[in-house]
Structure formats: C-alpha cells, structure tokens
Design a protein around this ligand. Structure first.
Ligand code: BDR
Ligand code: CA
Length: 352
C-alpha cells in the first residue's frame, strides 16, 4: 500500500489525477491540498472539494487550502486552457454550496493550525510515519510547487517521513507557457528549485512524456460507452452511460478544444497530471533516468525552464548537494497500459 498526499490546482487534468488517487488499487489518499495555479486559490480549493464528492471519496478525505500566490513572482492563471474558474465546461459537478462538499474544506477557525496545506500535510506525515514505526508518505504534486516548498522549509524534520515527491512539471528542452518553460514550474520557479534541493527522492514527469498521454477520440468513446464495439473515427460519440462518465466526457471535450485552439493538438488533450498517480501505481509503466535538474531563475527568455543536465556536465557524484544528480526524470510511458489503468479506475469510481 502507498500512502499519498495530493497537492493540486484543479484544473481538468488535475481532476483526473484526483479520480485516480481515490480509486487506484493499493493507494491510500490521506488528504488533498490546493494551490494557486490554473485558477485562483478559492476556485482550485472549491474544485477539489467538488471533484472529491463527485468521485465518491470517503468523507474523511479533506481539502487543505494552501498558497494563494507564488513565493516571489507575480500570480498567473491559465483561463485559456482551463476556463476562468479552472474547470470550464465541466457539467454535472456538485455545487460548493452542497453541505457535504463544503464540509470537506478545512477552515482556519480561530487559527487552528491544521487548516493550512502545509500543516495538514505535516499532520498526515506524523500520523502515518509515526516516527519510523509506521509508513512513509508519498507527495504527489500536480500544480505549482509553492505548498511543497513551504512545507519542506517549515517542517524539514518531517522530510524523513516522505518516501518520494512525484511531480508533473517541466520539460526537457520544451515548454508550454514560454518557449522553454512549463506552466507549473513557470508559476513558481523558486519553489520548484527549493523542492529539487530537498534531500528526498524526486520524480519529474515532464511535458515530453505527458504529451504522449493523449486522450484520443477512441479513448473518449471507451470512456462514454465501455462495452460498445469500436466505431468509425469520425462517428458521433455515443450517449454517456452514467452521470460520472457524462461529467468526464464534458471535461475531456472542453480540454480537447483548449488544446486544439491553443496548441494545435488535433488528436486530443494530454492528461498530464494523471501520470503522477499512474507512476505511483506502477513505476514500470515509465522509462526513466536520473539527472541533475535545476530551474532557470533568471534568464531574459528562459525563466522557469527546467535545466536537465542530460550530458552530465555538473559531475557524476550521487550526493544531494548542488552538483549531484537530484531527480529521476521520466522519459517514456507505456501509453496503452496507462489508459487501461485510467479506464479501470473510472470503472471502479462508477461502481461506488
Ligand atoms: C500543467 O499545467 C496545467 O495546465 C495542468 O493542470 C498541468 O498540471 C501542464 O503544463
Ligand atoms: Ca495541474
């Protein structure tokens, strides 16, 4: 069993990561924290609560709101990709006014410390790790890394209770929100460098890999109608069979349109964030190597770039210092098996 904490900024693909985190076999989701990112912090917090409810997560899985802004940089969101509230076009999600949805959100009443993302994560690690008598916690991050950077800075002693940090972010030579910077890293480059410097195993899932996880029309059709035989590529999509599948279908359709109009993706949208949970479920789905990774914190044209030392210019020692290889970078994905896993989790979710 893997015990995980999910830090996210939902976001269409974050929503798919939440679904997998709730329903993947042998994974126990301890809690969810949210940050600024695809939309403002209030929206991402509400969206996470709405998704947890829609996906039938146990009531004890709570949302811990985190950083509303990056450490240093100016705040940015991405309405072009995710709509103004972060989950544009998604039909069938419960409203945040629904009492059971609102009840998931941990509020900071009278300065009660466990309400904030970093304190919620600290409590989860203490309760799970039990000073070495219990289990490690894996941190999964699918948004800007602000909350995780704050956590490791405020609670360095608890890092021993962390097994690994798996994050979606960066690219090897490519970006999506500048020529070389990926959105999550670009939002808070300093936070990303702090996380890369932490002496714990890190796994980066960059654009080079997530861009292979395209949710094509064929997979969209399977999502809507899992038992129906394959049809012509351009035939109309069949009617959704359950409210969950209808909801996911509207999510995919909006995301597909964003990706086509913004980046010219014609086969479908890449569901970047879902790969983090797939990695935890089965790292063998990925090819990966260890490299030195740093973030470009200056740069007239390259701020937020993940600088991956593929030729090992920084030396080959394996320490956690500034020169050692500090990150496992995934390089490939078994796409068919990934989508099998994805559809299997949707099926489990449907049965709740
Ligand atoms: C990342 O940025 C957001 O658009 C997605 O949610 C994903 O986490 C991809 O660059
Ligand atoms: Ca995200």
């Amino acid at each position: 069993m893997k015990y995980i904490w999910l830090d996210c900024d939902p976001g269409h693909d974050d929503a798919t990561a939440i679904l997998l985190a709730v329903h993947a076999p042998d994974i126990k989701l301890l809690g969810v924290s949210t940050s600024h990112g695809n939309a403002g912090a209030t929206n991402t917090m509400n969206n996470a609560a709405r998704c947890l409810h829609a996906f039938g997560a146990p009531d004890d899985i709570k949302i811990y709101p985190g950083a509303p802004k990056p450490l240093i940089r100016l705040l940015r969101h991405d309405p072009q990709i995710h709509g103004p509230d972060g989950l544009g076009g998604v039909e069938g999600l419960p409203s945040i006014t629904h009492p059971e949805v609102a009840a998931r959100i941990q509020k900071d009443i009278n300065g009660q410390k466990s309400a904030h993302a970093i304190h919620g994560l600290a409590d989860a690690i203490r309760d799970t790790w039990k000073d070495g008598e219990g289990h490690h916690v894996t941190i999964v991050a699918t948004g800007p890394l602000t909350n995780i950077a704050l956590f490791v800075s405020v609670y360095p002693d608890l890092v021993t209770g962390v097994d690994e940090i798996v994050f979606m972010g960066g690219g090897v030579g490519i970006g999506n929100r500048s020529a070389v910077a990926e959105f999550n890293i670009l939002c808070d480059p300093e936070a990303a460098q702090i996380v890369l410097d932490v002496p714990v195993k890190k796994i980066m899932i960059p654009l080079n890999v997530t861009h292979t996880a395209i949710l094509t029309r064929e997979i969209h059709r399977k999502l809507l109608s899992p038992e129906s035989p394959p049809t012509e590529t351009n035939s109309p999509l069949p009617a959704a069979v359950t409210p969950l599948r209808h909801m996911l279908s509207t999510l995919v359709s909006f995301f597909a349109e964003s990706y086509e109009s913004t980046f010219g993706f014609t086969r479908g949208p890449p569901i970047h964030d879902a790969l983090t949970v797939a990695y935890i479920f089965n790292p063998q789905l990925f090819g990966a190597r260890r490299f030195r990774v740093d973030i470009e914190l200056g740069g007239a044209h390259t701020a937020g770039e993940t600088v991956v030392d593929i030729w090992n210019y920084k030396g080959c020692d394996d320490t956690w210092g500034r020169d050692g290889k500090n990150c496992i970078v995934t390089e490939s994905l078994n796409v068919d098996r990934f989508f099998e896993f994805f559809l299997d989790c949707v099926k489990r979710c449907d049965q709740v």
